[in-house]
Design a protein around this ligand. Structure first.
Ligand code: NAD
Length: 355
């Protein structure tokens, strides 16, 4: 077990079993160097407990990096619930998970992720205050529209680098996934004059995009083969393998999806082909920024929008750093994040000596 924790440089791992409700949950707290930790909770049909453990360790490390590069003074963590997703979640199970979060006593604040809705988080909120992403005064609600705005701003920074302009007027953008983030991203791009090529496995979403944004639709398996200026992955992770990186026909990649690259070979290949990849956790950080404002009880739409617009600079900084270090962007962002965390560790040490 400690070997696995070391592999991801994780601080703590917590397990909760509740035989009465069927809850089997893991919370991984990757780092609390920047502050108490936060990260969403994913409900998934894991094929084994090991798969769930690796997923939570990997995702929590991603949260540490995401918070660091986004100036969110919080640590990285993640929760996973091992659950048969063909069955509806029960109120009892969600309450048992809420109690688990409460017992961590503020070390971990959580909210929505895959298969965890705003309503589910509200149920958890009956037994814990350490939740975010719900509705109400000073609360942020579903962060997806903010995430989409941040993704658009981040893509603008990428476009400035690649095309010399941050306007998408006349550019062809392929959007994979037209859910909460992808659809709103299409709206931003369409209003900026982009020509959209879209896909989704849900036909209703596709038809809406055709009608509302004059989008051209393609089948899900075609979206990675078409010629476009920008590819925006907004569905699931692991879309770009080394093979896809070798054949994809675009100049810029950035979207809402997490863990877009299958492995480092895909990142290397994009870099070697001169395709600019905007690291996922830098461009899609809008959700956690909104959550942070909610935790601080200072969330307003105006402030959240201002922070989303700051993602332009966050992306531009990483791209600049990658150039300086002569590194592929996916590696540069990890290095940038790790430096922020190491600097904080050093300054904390200094403070403890002073006091
Ligand atoms: P969502 O479930 O609302 O949308 C995902 C969409 O992708 C759905 O419409 C689904 O039908 C479609 N899809 C699934 N598989 C597909 C495939 N193979 N081809 C084409 N379409 C497919 O989710 P969302 O909230 O929009 O999130 C999208 C991505 O962004 C996810 O990877 C999520 O982890 C990530 N993300 C979301 C947020 C947020 O604030 N919602 C924040 C950060 C990251």
């Amino acid at each position: 077990m400690f070997e696995k924790l070391r592999e991801y440089n994780a601080e703590e791992i917590h397990f909760r079993n509740c035989s009465e409700t069927g809850l089997k949950a893991i919370v991984a707290i990757n780092s609390t160097v920047l502050g108490p930790s936060t990260g969403g909770t994913r409900v998934w049909n894991y094929s084994s407990e090991d798969e769930a453990l690796y997923d939570v360790l990997r995702l929590s490390r991603g949260m540490t990096f995401k918070n660091a590069v986004s100036n969110v003074p919080m640590g990285g963590a993640k929760g996973v619930i091992i659950w048969d997703t063909n069955k509806p979640k029960t109120r009892e199970m969600l309450l048992a998970y809420g109690k688990f979060v409460e017992d961590l006593n503020g070390k971990f604040t959580t909210g929505e992720d895959v298969n965890m809705s705003e309503e589910d988080v509200e149920i958890m909120g009956e037994v814990t205050k350490y939740i975010a992403g719900t509705k109400g005064d000073g609360k942020g609600g579903d962060p997806s529209p903010f995430t989409a705005r941040g993704v658009f701003r981040g893509l603008q920074a990428g476009a400035k680098e690649v095309f010399g302009t941050d306007s998408f007027n006349g550019k062809t953008v392929a959007v994979q996934g037209l859910g909460k983030v992808g659809y709103e991203l299409c709206r931003w791009l369409y209003n900026d004059g982009a020509k959209l090529i879209v896909t989704d496995i849900n036909e209703k979403n596709v038809n809406r995009a055709i009608e509302e944004f004059n989008a051209k639709a393609v089948n899900p398996e075609e979206i990675l083969k078409i010629e476009c200026d920008v590819f925006a992955p907004c569905a699931m992770g692991a879309v770009i393998s080394e093979d896809i990186a070798n054949s994809i026909n675009c100049s810029l990649i950035g979207g809402g999806a997490n863990n877009v690259l299958v492995d480092q070979y895909a990142g290397e290949k994009l870099h070697n082909r001169g395709i600019l990849y905007i690291p996922d956790y830098v461009i899609n950080a809008g959700g956690v920024i909104s959550v942070y404002l909610e935790i601080q009880r200072i969330h307003t739409v105006a402030l959240a929008n201002e922070k989303m617009d700051g993602i332009y600079d966050n992306v531009a900084n990483i791209l600049k750093f990658a150039k300086q270090e002569n590194l592929p962007t996916y590696l540069a962002s990890d290095k940038y994040a790790m430096k922020i965390i190491e600097d904080k560790k050093k300054s904390d040490k200094k403070q403890s000596i002073t006091f």
